[in-house]
Design a protein around this ligand. Structure first.
Ligand code: NCD
Length: 307
């Protein structure tokens, strides 16, 4: 249910498969491949999403699948239905794959144990967001030619970030050096066991960085005050042009979105397309999700003896 269970070759296989979809999407011929025709994919999103939901929907449709979206706000979840009952209901509809986003860590694992089809984790609580890490790795690989040997600095609210967690696993599996910068109040207790270099000062972490990955302050997951003020946070942990100049001259700027401009990143940095790969990350998201859906349903079909 995350990157943590994947071997480097499995990650590289998904990235390699995604490359063909980048090219196809760019050529405008994406609808010409309908290998998922006849399959039904349910996007069960119990948490808000723009990029991830849309890109999973587009990914499924580009490969010919019938894609149905379930938004928790309009579902029986709001009427008090338990997660297990919702899972059993989804299962009865006989989907070929279910893509799940949920606010609780472990919820996707729980649902996957109750349904017969493959499940894909689109973000569970502060646990993992595997397709985000894969699209980030694909973006880095395409821009820098490799991931191995690069120094990637991740800065921000690591405590609540499933993006940080999945990226740390993925980048380390692919041989990158990972630096993590976060205020002490936004660091997970076990961070020193993740095999990363931990910094309190952003300025100290930046020299030698090939990639600077910024994280959003996940206010919706915070109980109480974790930072004195957004202004002070920006002063210490925001990425502006002065700070970016401390990294390598060609350092790549990344952010999973949605961005809080002026809180974790300056607009002048985010919108500088020579340095920032933020929109490219969104583009890679569609390709990676096409690869993930294809591989997952292909595996399930071959297990069932369909192919
Ligand atoms: C991230 C998420 O939902 O975990 N966004 C995304 O999927 N693009 C990061 C965030 O919400 O800050």
């Amino acid at each position: 249910m995350g990157i943590s269970g994947l071997q480097p070759w499995e990650i590289l296989y998904i990235l390699q498969e995604a490359e063909q979809w980048v090219e196809l999407n760019r050529s405008g011929a994406a609808k010409h491949d309908d290998r998922l025709a006849g399959l039904t994919i349910i996007n069960a999103f119990f948490e808000n999403s723009t990029r991830t939901l849309l890109s999973f929907e587009i990914a499924g449709k580009r490969l010919g699948a019938d894609v149905v979206n379930m938004h928790a706000a309009q579902s029986s979840v709001k009427k008090g239905e338990t997660l297990i009952d919702t899972a059993v209901t989804l299962n009865a509809m006989r989907a070929d794959a279910i893509v799940i986003r949920h606010g609780s860590s472990g919820a996707v694992q729980l649902i996957s144990e109750k349904v017969d089809c493959p499940c894909l984790n689109a973000g569970d609580g502060s646990h993992e967001h595997p397709t985000q890490a894969l699209l980030d790795a694909l973006t880095i690989k395409r821009r820098k030619g490799r991931v191995e040997g690069l120094t990637v600095t991740i800065c921000g609210d690591v405590l609540h970030s499933r993006v940080a967690r999945s990226n740390i696993f993925c980048l380390k599996q692919l041989g990158a050096e990972v630096r993590v910068v976060a205020p002490p109040s936004l660091r997970p207790a076990a961070l020193d066991r993740f095999g990363v270099e931990i910094f309190s000062s952003f300025d100290d972490a930046l020299p030698g960085s090939d990639v600077v990955m910024m994280l959003r302050l996940q206010n919706e997951r915070m109980n109480g005050d974790f930072i004195p003020s957004a202004r002070e946070y920006y002063h210490l942990y925001g990425l502006d042009e002065r700070r970016l100049a401390l990294a390598k001259p060609d350092a790549l700027v990344m952010h999973p979105g949605p961005m809080n401009r002026g809180v974790e990143i300056a607009s002048s940095v985010a919108d500088n397309t020579e340095r920032s790969a933020i929109t490219e990350q969104v583009e890679m998201g569609v390709a990676v999700r096409m690869a993930a859906l294809d591989i997952l349903t292909r595996t399930a079909r071959s297990v069932e003896g369909w192919t």
